[in-house]
Write a protein that binds this ligand. Structure first.
Ligand code: SF4
Length: 221
């Protein structure tokens, strides 16, 4: 997660959280269950359902982990062909594996595919535009495919205040229908998800990148 962006967004979140808190506390303090399409009874019982969680990086996993371990048996799925630079790709993966080891979580590397071909013609789109929609679909499509054998799949992408959770969830649901798997709709930025990411990143000294991932999102400075 981009730390500079993050700090700005954190300030915004703190302000809006304060306002929401004043106006409608109950709606703001929404439990993660309200962001899922799972019926509550499926989340209780002797055995937790399995979840293949698409993860973009360790700091985003950190922002989600405390909210899902209670409900799911989690496996991390690192599938991010959008990360153009190989050393950056490996660095984020290694950091995720280190973070996962503290929780006894297995990390699966989904490998690289042709991202630049997938977003051809969209290179000049701004972050949050049409290129990102293709990027979300590419990552969720593969996750849905790999989720056969798991009870559910989800993604950490909704943690980012720079990403459209409604779009991500719509794409996730489409991919689930196509691959006959079940998607958990989330909005991990809610309920202080970004603050949790910052807190756990500090605790585990996680590497926090300063750009999203693709070469087009990388700053020139
Ligand atoms: S800015 Fe991020 S989400 Fe958008 S295309 Fe690049 S890597 Fe994907």
């Amino acid at each position: 997660m981009d730390l500079n962006h993050c700090n700005t967004v954190l300030r915004r979140i703190q302000v809006s959280a304060f306002r929401l808190d004043k106006v409608k506390t109950r709606e703001y303090n929404i439990d993660v269950k309200k962001f899922t399409d799972i019926d509550y009874p499926e989340l209780v019982g002797d055995k937790k359902p399995t979840l293949l969680l698409h993860v973009c990086c360790a700091p985003c996993a950190a922002g989600c982990i405390e909210r899902i371990l209670e409900f799911f048996e989690v496996t991390f799925f690192y599938y991010n062909p959008n990360i153009t630079d190989t050393s950056e790709y490996v660095r984020r993966l290694t950091e995720l594996e280190r973070f996962a080891s503290y929780f006894g979580i297995k990390t699966v590397d989904g490998g690289k595919d042709d991202f630049s071909g997938a977003v051809k013609g969209l290179e000049n789109e701004p972050e949050g535009g049409a290129r990102c929609a293709v990027c979300f679909r590419m990552r969720l499509e593969k996750t849905a495919e790999k989720a056969a054998g798991y009870d559910y799949f989800a993604t950490t992408l909704t943690l980012s205040p720079l990403k459209n959770a409604a779009l991500i969830n719509a794409v996730g649901a489409e991919c689930a229908a196509k691959h006959r798997t079940r998607y958990v709709a989330t909005d991990f930025k809610k309920k202080n998800g970004v603050l949790a990411s910052v807190r756990l990143s500090e605790k585990y000294s996680l590497y926090r990148q300063n750009y999203c991932g693709c070469v087009y999102s990388r700053r020139k400075d």
